[in-house]
Design a protein around this ligand. Structure first.
Ligand code: ADP
Length: 401
């Protein structure tokens, strides 16, 4: 039997999953990727094989409740039916918050679950959804090893000064710190950077993960030294529906003058702000690009997004004391040539020269000339999780010295 690893990335009503088998030298090779959307109602399931061909496209659960548990049982049964020679051997999870304790992937046991539960108040909108499939797998498949991989872990090694807020010490001690997120994406970018541009793997790079969530990370020789997200995934750049950096005074104004309670204020900042809030049109960059001619709000939202990216690049260049390269990734970074062009024109002061033709065709290198270079590199957070699982399980198999 071939051992298969299942990688899960759970949201409130969605479940992304990927299945890996051992490839060359035991390194994980992807054989399926799938997505349940609309969990809690009648979800839609799409599964593609390793080459991208659709192998399942169906609506599930008509008339009966269908949530994450049903989805996970469906994946296990589907895999048994479609790959008889494979045996599910381990499950890996994307977990948004690893707090101060975890700077690397970890095998999940009772103590780890308790620690991840303790971190729920630090990521109330994400962590509970990440914990749910962990509990389901422990209940349904107690024999399966589970590994948690964290969005915060890659940023744990930043200098202490980059992790502090200027708040009283006791608040820092209770965990009110700049954690940073999108770490699996940045770790992946750092791991492949040398394949694109060997000098950059040893250089000073700003990586821009621009998707529905968006952030920047300063990489010094492949290690995170600064990032735009902080205590929560709300900080830094404006995002699809999140506000990004905000004067804390605005929150007091919302509570006192607008009469919102904490939950309402949180919802407004997480789900009604960002590109959606500014444009009044959409959180989706494709829609905004299509509407710039007719909708001034769409243009303003994009302009603010690009302006904030430019400002934050400046801040990270200062943290790095220079810049050798810029990397675009995430749904917008990988696909929206117009955003890349606007960002690079704005960063001409740092020596970037946009290569219009290369940018229009998706790169990978989208600059020319002697200055710093910019690259389009598709991210692969699930591959990072699969590798993390592989390492944790291989280490567990090592005989004790
Ligand atoms: P998430 O953060 O949820 O993983 P993605 O990384 O998939 O999100 O990014 C979603 C964003 O990418 C959306 O704003 C979407 O409009 C944008 N996007 C995806 N494809 C394109 C495209 N071809 N052109 C412009 N924007 C795109």
């Amino acid at each position: 039997m071939i051992p298969a690893s299942l990688v899960l990335n759970a949201g409130s009503s969605s479940l992304k999953f990927q299945v890996f088998e051992p490839g060359e030298g035991g390194a994980p090779r992807r054989i399926f990727r799938g997505l349940f959307e609309g969990l809690g109602g009648s979800p839609h399931l799409l599964i593609r094989d390793g080459a991208g061909a659709v192998v399942a496209d169906q609506r599930l659960g008509e008339g009966k409740p269908y949530g994450h548990e049903e989805a996970l049982l469906h994946v296990a049964a589907w895999l048994r039916a479609h790959r008889r020679e494979h045996r599910l051997a381990a499950v890996g999870h994307r977990v948004v918050h690893g707090g101060l304790a975890y700077s690397a992937p970890v095998r999940i046991d009772d103590a780890v679950v308790r620690e991840l539960e303790r971190l729920v108040p630090l990521a109330p909108l994400h962590q509970p959804h990440n914990l749910e499939p962990i509990r389901i797998v422990r209940r349904q498949f107690p024999e399966l090893p589970q590994i948690a991989c964290f969005d915060t872990a890659f940023h744990r090694a930043r200098p202490e000064i980059a992790q502090l807020f200027a708040l009283p010490r006791d608040m820092t001690e209770r965990g009110v710190r700049r954690y940073g997120f999108h770490g699996l994406s940045y770790a992946y970018i750092a791991s492949v950077l040398g394949d694109y541009a060997p000098a950059l793997a040893e250089g000073r790079v700003v990586a821009a993960h621009l998707g529905n969530g968006a952030s920047l990370c300063a990489l010094d020789r492949g290690r995170s030294v600064a990032t735009t997200m902080g205590f929560s995934a709300l900080d830094g750049l404006p995002m699809g529906t999140r506000c990004g950096s905000l004067d804390a005074g605005v929150v007091f104004y919302m509570l006192r003058e607008m009469g919102l309670d904490a939950d309402q204020a949180e919802r407004l900042l997480y789900t009604r702000s960002g590109l959606l809030g500014v444009s009044g049109v959409s959180n989706d960059m494709r829609t905004l690009r299509a509407r710039t001619a007719t909708d001034p709000g769409a243009r303003t939202a994009i302009d603010l997004f690009v302006y904030r990216i430019g400002r934050e690049i400046g801040s990270l260049v200062a943290a790095l004391k220079g810049i050798d390269g810029l990397v675009f990734t995430g749904g917008i970074g990988e696909n929206d040539a117009a955003t890349r062009a606007e960002v690079l024109r704005g960063a001409a002061w740092a020596g970037f020269t946009l290569d219009e033709a290369a940018n229009a065709s998706g790169g990978p290198c989208v600059t020319r000339g002697p200055g710093p270079s910019a690259w389009v590199i598709p991210t692969d957070e699930e591959a990072m999780i699969a590798h993390g699982m592989h390492d944790v399980l291989a280490e567990a198999r090592q005989p004790a010295l």
